[in-house]
Design a binder for this molecule. Structure first.
Ligand code: ATP
Ligand code: ZN
Length: 296
């Protein structure tokens, strides 16, 4: 890995659910970088920092070891890592408001569930054995944890386990596999972390500068007002996609029975990707407008 004593190293996910948001955050903080997606590193042109594009699972290790001073990673991955350490070698600086998901216990539709006691003696498949184990312990339950690195939702069908403990955002994957969520184990979003290892004097100040910039972005992060039209059948899916929108306003469209206008304040960044998802879900005439002032 690149060693340059005067430059900060920031670890972000190379490609996946966090990468676009992580890049956007750093860009909003004024960092200008080349856009090559297949590179392992990118030099920031206007700030003494290099980005490291890595698998999300490696980010807690890199930051803890001090290979990278900063990192952006999901709390789920971070917590799973931290539970295997005797003491944390990183600190969480900020919650970033994206990459929200929930680690949930789920079981086939027909499985009876009346609280954690129903897990006694069960086999539970998961990619998060430590988080699951600590949940089981807190609830005084003993069960067999089966570690899987992917396709966890197939475990019940393959009779590897009776329950699964997996990340859920919309629940569509569970449903598609005939599973239903029965318990929330851990709520997660992306966080900014910093190493607890001693950082070279020259980099300390740059680190503080970077942190203040990111805090500034988070504080002023523009909420957006989204307006779109949709048919009644598409409403549920569309409102589930709207990022960070609570209780959207839904108004009937004059002269078009069965069609509605959806208005919502979105507290999270609205990316083109989100708009494309909305369109695919049946939304039309999508407008995103900035909000100048808001009084809740
Ligand atoms: P990598 O190749 O970096 O290991 P990955 O396949 O482990 O990628 P992604 O699926 O890109 O990871 O997810 C990265 C993170 O995004 C997750 O660890 C989690 O924090 C967050 N996330 C948000 N929503 C979801 C979801 N529905 N399912 C899985 N992860 C989600
Ligand atoms: Zn991963």
């Amino acid at each position: 890995m690149l060693v340059d004593n005067a430059r900060l190293h920031i670890a972000i996910q190379k490609s996946g659910r966090l990468s676009e948001y992580s890049r956007a955050l750093l860009k909003d903080a004024g960092l200008r970088m080349a856009n090559g997606k297949n590179e392992l590193t990118a030099r920031v042109e206007n700030f003494p920092a290099d980005l490291m594009f890595v698998r999300d699972d490696d980010i807690p290790t890199f930051v803890s070891d001090g290979v990278c001073e900063f990192g952006i990673v999901g709390e789920n991955v971070l917590q799973e890592f931290a539970l295997g350490e005797s003491e944390p070698r990183f600190e969480i600086l900020a919650q970033l408001g994206f990459g929200r998901c929930t680690l949930k216990l789920a079981a086939p539709e027909a499985t009876a569930y009346e609280g954690p006691a129903s897990l006694q003696g069960a086999r539970i498949a998961t990619s998060y054995p430590r988080i699951l184990q600590s949940f089981l312990q807190e609830n005084g339950v003993s069960a067999t944890v089966v570690k899987m690195t992917g396709a966890v939702e197939l475990a019940p069908r393959l009779q590897i386990a009776g329950f699964i403990c997996d990340l859920v955002s919309t629940g569509a994957t569970l449903e598609a596999n005939g599973l239903r969520a029965v318990e929330t184990v851990f709520e997660s979003e992306a966080v900014l972390i910093r190493t607890r290892k001693a950082v070279a004097e020259a980099k300390l100040e740059q680190g503080e500068r970077l942190l203040r910039r990111i805090e500034g972005v988070l504080a002023t992060k523009e909420s957006k007002y989204i307006m779109l039209n949709a048919s009644e059948e598409a409403l549920a899916q569309i409102t589930a996609i709207l990022p960070g929108a609570e209780a959207p306003t839904i108004l009937p469209l004059h002269g078009r029975p069965g069609h509605f206008a959806v208005h919502a304040v979105c507290q999270e960044s609205v990316f083109w990707e989100t708009l494309q998802k909305l369109k695919a879900a049946g939304a039309s005439a999508i407008l995103v407008v900035p909000i100048e002032k808001m009084l809740m």
